[in-house]
Design a protein around this ligand. Structure first.
Ligand SMILES: NC(=O)c1ccc[n+]([C@@H]2O[C@H](COP(=O)([O-])OP(=O)(O)OC[C@H]3O[C@@H](n4cnc5c(N)ncnc54)[C@H](O)[C@@H]3O)[C@@H](O)[C@H]2O)c1
Length: 266
C-alpha cells in the first residue's frame, strides 16, 4: 500500500526534541517517514537530530540527519544544497523551529525580543527563501509552518514576541501561498494549542512557573476544553495532511489543533 507521502522528499527543520519523548518536529519526522517520505531531518542539536534518524531507520524508513542553525543564512543555504544533493529535490518543507519567552511589551528587553523574533520568524523566512527555488524546480510542493494559537489569541501569559512572531508567521505563509499558487506550491500553517510535549517539562515549567513540571502540566490540562492537552502526534497528523496531496486544494490557510481552545469565549 502506498504511503501518503510516497516518493516525496520532506525537509523538516527542528526535527529533534528538546527532551525525552515526542516533540512536534520529531513526531512529524517519524510520521512522514512512516508514510513513505525520505526525511531530511535538520536540527541545531546534532544528537537530537541523530536520535530522530535512528528511530526512522530502525522502523525501516529513510532519513538523513543534518546539524544546522535555521537562523543563520549560511547554515540554511548549505542545508538546502545538502538535501538536494542527497535526495534530488525538496517536495515538503516543514518549519517547526520556534518557542516562546516570557515578557510583556514594557518589560521585555530589546535583545530578547530580537532573538525570539529571529527564532520564530527569521528561521521560517530563511528556510522558505532558500527552499522555494528548489521546490519550484521540482514542480512545486507543500510548505507547512508551525505557528501557535498564541498567534491568534492572548492566552493569559505575557509572551509578546511570541504573539507577534507566530501571528506574523501566518500572514507570511498566506503571502507565500498566494504568490506561488499558480506554480504548484502550497503553503499553510498548523496552529497548535496547548500540547503536552517535552518542551513543557524542559522549558515552560521553569519559564512560566516555579519549575514544578507536574503542576504546570495539570494547570495546562485544566485550561483545555477536554481537560487534557493535545500531544505531538496531533500536530504531526495535521501536518501530514497539509503536506500530502490529499490537501492539494488547501492553500494559504491555518489548521488549528487546539481541542477547541480558541473557539471558547471565556
Ligand atoms: N508544545 C506546545 O505546547 C506548542 C504549542 C504551540 C506551538 N508550538 C510550536 O511547536 C514548535 C516546537 O515544538 P516541539 O515540541 O517540536 O519543540 P522542541 O523544542 O522539542 O523541538 C524543536 C526542535 O528545534 C530545534 N531547534 C531549536 N532552535 C533551532 C534552530 N535555530 N535551528 C535548528 N533547530 C533548532 C531544537 O533543538 C529542537 O530539537 C515551535 O514552533 C512551537 O512554537 C508548541
Amino acid at each position: 500500500m502506498m504511503g501518503r507521502l510516497e516518493n516525496k522528499v520532506a525537509l523538516i527543520v527542528g526535527a529533534g526534541s528538546v527532551g525525552p519523548g515526542w516533540g512536534n518536529g520529531k513526531a512529524c519526522a517519524v510520521l512522514f517517514a512512516r508514510e513513505g517520505a525520505k526525511v531530511f531531518a535538520v536540527d541545531i542539536n546534532a544528537e537530537s537530530g541523530e536520535e530522530t534518524r535512528s528511530i526512522i531507520e530502525e522502523e525501516g524508513g529513510v532519513c538523513s540527519a543534518y546539524q544546522a542553525d535555521a537562523v543563520k543564512f549560511k547554515d540554511v543555504t548549505d542545508m538546502m544544497a545538502a538535501c538536494v544533493a542527497e535526495y534530488g529535490g525538496i517536495d515538503v518543507l516543514h518549519n517547526n523551529v520556534g518557542g516562546s519567552v516570557p515578557g510583556g511589551v514594557v518589560d521585555m528587553p530589546e535583545d530578547v525580543w530580537d532573538a525570539n523574533i529571529d527564532l520564530n520568524l527569521k528561521s521560517a523566512f530563511l528556510c522558505c527563501k532558500y527552499a522555494i527555488p528548489a521546490m519550484l524546480d521540482g514542480g512545486g510542493g507543500s510548505i507547512v509552518n508551525i505557528s501557535s494559537v498564541a498567534g491568534m489569541r492572548y492566552l493569559g501569559r505575557d509572551m509578546i514576541s511570541y504573539h507577534a512572531s507566530k501571528g506574523g508567521l501566518m500572514e507570511f505563509t498566506r503571502a507565500i501561498a498566494l504568490k506561488y499558487a499558480a506554480r504548484g506550491l502550497r503553503a499553510n500553517t498548523v496552529c497548535p494549542g496547548l500540547m503536552n510535549t517535552p518542551l513543557v517539562t524542559a522549558r515552560i515549567a521553569d519559564q512560566y512557573g516555579d519549575g514544578d513540571a507536574a503542576k504546570m502540566i495539570a494547570a495546562r490540562d485544566a485550561i483545555c476544553p477536554s481537560g487534557k492537552m493535545g500531544d505531538a502526534w496531533d500536530v504531526a497528523y495535521a501536518s501530514l495532511y497539509l503536506a500530502s496531496d490529499e490537501a492539494k486544494y488547501v492553500n494559504g490557510t491555518e489548521l488549528v489543533v487546539d481541542g477547541g481552545l480558541t473557539a471558547r469565549c471565556a
